[in-house]
Design a binder for this molecule. Structure first.
Ligand code: GRF
Length: 207
């Protein structure tokens, strides 16, 4: 696991990139000792790419087409990340599952944010799943990425109460506010070498 020094991040996005923005903002205010070495998207129209360009961050469009398998796509993705010296891969609304090629290339160095309190409601439309189930509390989870869908060791979680009359949009918006708080915080902890994984448990070391 990486400890302490200056860390190169590679951020993967497919859409709006508001979580990317929260990490950019936290780096620029001096809160995280890291650089974003590249932002990569499988979607050429992702607004996250515009956000990155506004901050002079190199962007790479890595589209799905032309690759016969997820493994082939991921092998090319690994090469791009290595070319940019990436040490921590940050999934920020990247709408692809990673294969073992990516997971094994960056052991304990890929993180994701999920808009529910895992292990409840993994996969797509987590906020709708939570509303349909009728839970009183949902939230968001930052976790390390393994080969499962949203199954890796949990780093941080934040609870968001469900309100009467919540819609998927209203609940998603309140969860997103918490995402923007805990995702940069998890990145900071990683970059400061304060995350220690033992099995499923992530210990947060004090300084
Ligand atoms: C967020 O809800 C995140 O939890 C999920 O995808 C969404 C990405 O939003 N993984 P944004 O592109 O960061 O605005």
């Amino acid at each position: 696991m990486t400890t302490g020094g200056h860390i190169n991040l590679g951020v993967l996005v497919s859409g709006n990139g508001s979580n990317l923005q929260s990490i950019i903002d936290r780096i620029e205010t001096g809160g995280i000792n890291a650089d974003i070495a590249c932002v990569i998207s499988n979607n050429p129209d992702a607004f996250g790419l515009i956000r990155a360009r506004r901050h002079d961050i190199p962007v790479i469009i890595h589209q799905n087409r032309g690759f016969d398998s997820r493994q082939d796509y991921d092998a090319a993705l690994v090469a791009i990340l290595r070319d940019h010296g990436v040490q921590l891969v940050v999934l920020a609304g990247f709408m692809r599952l990673l294969s073992e090629i990516m997971v094994n290339a960056f052991p304990n160095a890929i993180i994701n944010i999920h808009p529910a309190l895992l292990p409840s409601f993994p996969g797509l439309h987590a906020q709708k799943q939570a509303l349909d189930y009728g839970v009183r509390f949902s939230g968001c989870t930052v976790h390390f990425v393994d080969c499962g869908t949203d199954t890796g060791p949990i780093i941080l979680q934040s609870v968001v109460p469900v309100q009467q009359g919540d819609t998927e949009d209203s609940l998603s918006a309140r969860i997103l506010e918490e995402e923007h708080r805990i995702y940069p915080e998890a990145v900071r902890l990683f970059c400061e070498g304060k995350l220690k994984i033992s099995g499923r448990h992530v210990q947060i070391l004090s300084s």
